[in-house]
Design a protein around this ligand. Structure first.
Ligand SMILES: Cc1cc2nc3c(=O)[nH]c(=O)nc-3n(C[C@H](O)[C@H](O)[C@H](O)COP(=O)(O)OP(=O)(O)OC[C@H]3O[C@@H](n4cnc5c(N)ncnc54)[C@H](O)[C@@H]3O)c2cc1C
Length: 415
């Protein structure tokens, strides 16, 4: 089979790349290993799909960190407001939550997937599901893309096979292999946005306890890093958006053997230590017959209150009128900065996204075309770019996907 553009992998980046290419009136094929497109998309945002983040391009660039500068061009091609407009024009209106996260109003990830699949169909994209690509080789007409059942010869190829996280959704790292075989350097994939493993065993006693609006702090190479959001205790550490966002800053240091990074958990970031101490004293003065744990439990979940009392060296069931000033002060200090030592992360298969991938200095940021192999393009999680929790990763996939698809189409029709 012959085609102008062959897109490999029908996740959010691949579907958008195919839409971008076919929208330029170019013959486009999309090959997907799974029986259906966009499997991972259905799991996003807990099934609600946080598909972009309401922010300016400068804010987005800052949020992506090291890869931000590279992504600027694609973000201009498809900024968050255009992503929202794209879906709204296809019947999926969205709502912005107070923290900037954007979800479809229906709260259904499937609506996002269906809108992409329908648009690709409308534009005439030839989608072949259950077609796992086994190799991509350069040939005199461009590239030969082999699946077990057929070979596709294309002038341009867009690789959008994702990373290594959640491999059960199809992202098994094939794109890294294809990129390497075609002369690209691939930065070692590591887990990002992933739960953290702690040295302390007390989080296990609290497994399942979930908190909103906490802040985590760490120091990496002399630089202070913080992450805010929700946190959930697990049998071997901490998860939730705050822990996952912090993992982005920690993951590179944690790959070294025997590494351990001290962090602090602020359970009440909205109030300073002095105010918190006053609040605690007022609570104690008003309820002198209560136990220490019941006083702390007016601020925090009871199981966590028990643990904090133990960590502060106080007896949880002690009447508060017998609690020493020193213990109260220690409790306040713990609420503001519970110490934990991070010794690792959960495996990449459990990470929300993959850090690492096809190195950015071999990709032209204005087109997403390979600088090593003209006619070859990359988009989405397969490249060495990742963002924090909050819709940044899908935003990056849509923007780089559209730019890659359109650029491939323009280059194919001019050759
Ligand atoms: C649980 C979970 C929740 C998430 N929630 C959010 C969220 O709310 N907001 C957000 O912004 N991000 C979220 N993410 C991250 C986001 O889903 C990913 O960044 C995004 O899906 C990556 O898109 P992609 O198209 O690059 O890759 P993928 O979505 O991984 O798609 C790659 C596709 O390529 C196919 N493929 C792979 N190899 C081959 C091959 N050899 N031949 C043919 N096809 C192949 C795969 O089957 C797959 O369909 C979440 C991730 C997870 C795991």
């Amino acid at each position: 089979m012959r085609t102008d553009i062959c897109v490999v992998g029908a996740g959010p980046a691949g579907l958008m790349a195919a839409i971008g290419a076919a929208g330029e009136r170019t013959e486009t094929s999309l090959l997907e290993a799974n029986p259906n497109s966009g499997c991972k998309l259905l799991t996003t945002g807990g099934g609600r799909c946080n598909f972009t983040h309401a922010a300016t391009i400068d804010e987005l660039v800052r949020a992506y960190g090291k890869s931000g500068r590279f992504l600027r061009h694609s973000l201009h091609e498809l900024p968050p407001e255009d992503v929202r407009a794209f879906f709204a024009q296809r019947g999926v209106s969205s709502a912005i939550e107070p923290d900037g996260c954007v979800f479809p109003r229906t709260g259904r990830a499937t609506d996002i997937r269906e809108a992409l699949v329908r648009e690709a169909e409308t534009l005439g994209v030839r989608t072949r599901c259950a077609s796992r690509v086994t190799q991509i080789v350069a040939c005199d007409r461009g590239f030969q893309v082999d699946t077990q059942a057929q070979s596709v010869v294309a002038r341009c190829v867009v690789i959008t096979t994702g990373g290594l996280s959640w491999p059960q959704t199809g992202s098994t790292g094939d794109g890294y292999r294809f990129a390497a075989a075609l002369g690209h350097a691939v930065t070692e994939p590591r887990p990002a946005l992933v739960p953290l493993i702690t040295r302390e065993s007390w989080p296990a006693d609290l497994a399942g306890v979930s908190l909103k609006g906490v802040r985590l702090r760490a120091r990496i190479g002399g630089r202070k890093v913080t992450a805010s959001g929700h946190l959930v205790f697990a049998y071997d550490g901490i998860g939730g958006s705050a822990a996952q966002d912090l993992s982005r800053a920690l993951t590179d240091s944690l790959t070294e053997q025997n590494s351990s990074i001290p962090i602090h958990l602020d359970l009440a970031p909205e109030v300073g230590e002095t105010v918190l101490d006053e609040q605690l004293q007022n609570e104690i003065a008003g309820h002198r017959k209560k136990t220490l744990v019941n006083i702390i439990a007016t601020f925090l979940p009871k199981r966590l209150a028990v643990t904090l009392c133990h960590l502060a060296g106080g007896a949880a069931d002690q009447p508060v009128n017998q609690v020493r000033k020193q213990t109260r002060r220690r409790l306040v200090a713990l609420i503001k900065a519970t110490p934990l030592v991070v010794t690792g992360t959960r495996p990449i298969a459990e990470a929300t996204v993959t850090r690492g991938g096809v190195t950015l200095d071999q990709i032209d940021r204005r087109t997403m075309e390979s600088k090593v192999r003209p006619g070859l393009y990359f988009a989405g999680e397969v490249i060495d770019a990742d963002g924090p929790c909050g819709g940044y990763n899908l935003q990056m996939c849509f923007a780089t996907g559209l730019l890659a698809g359109r650029s491939a189409a323009r280059s194919s029709s001019s050759s």
